[in-house]
Design a protein around this ligand. Sequence first.
Ligand code: PEP
Length: 248
Amino acid sequence: MARKLAAGNWKMNGTTAALAEVAALTAAIEAETCEVLLCPPATLISRMADMAQGSGLMIGGQTCHPNGSGAHTGDISAAMLTDAGASHVILGHSERRADHGETDEDVAAQTAAATGEGLIAIVCVGETEAERDAGVTLNVVSTQLAGSVPEGTDLAKLVIAYEPVWAIGTGRTPTLEQIAEVHDHMRAELTERFGQGAHNIPLLYGGSVKQSNAAEIFAVSNVDGALVGGASLKAADFSGIVSALSGA
Ligand code: PEP
């Protein structure tokens, strides 16, 4: 059985004032049994990690460079994330793939760097609306999975997030059957490649998850949690999703 994880992606949102949400969240999740993670902008990681110490909350980054250091203006390395107090990092989010041209090869290199530094890599995959309409969703997900997760990855440091691009920030979600189809497919592909240990890899669904749809999504086969954008910004909203996962 994979462990359950509720992960929040704050994207490019949040300054010092938003730290009040972290205080509220740590209090709200005290009795919850699932893992809870927030991935704020890099500027907040260190302060959030300090605040989260001793609570059930973990802190992560939103990307990392494959290299450990060097002339890469504006980038952040895996070692810098761990040094700031991060335990996880989101990699290959569709916004990184679209805005920064990140390829599966880039994501694989980032994954190797992150896991090599001891971070847990949350590798994102998912089809565009045109790809779903063309009936190639499973092919796209297979290609991204195969290309973004390098050989020899330590499975204990791997999480996969299925995020249909058309469901991110749109309020639209796939049907529960469509989510099950992709998650069952990912589990089968990972098991074929990595063996029975792949049953322990948490498979997250992401794309317009909110308190009102969380419970039904968490009841879907092979869904072990969620990667949440907009609804992770407010402790009151995110803690409802965390509760739904703990109770699933
Ligand atoms: C995301 O950014 O990964 C995401 C799923 O966003 P939202 O929950 O806002 O759709």
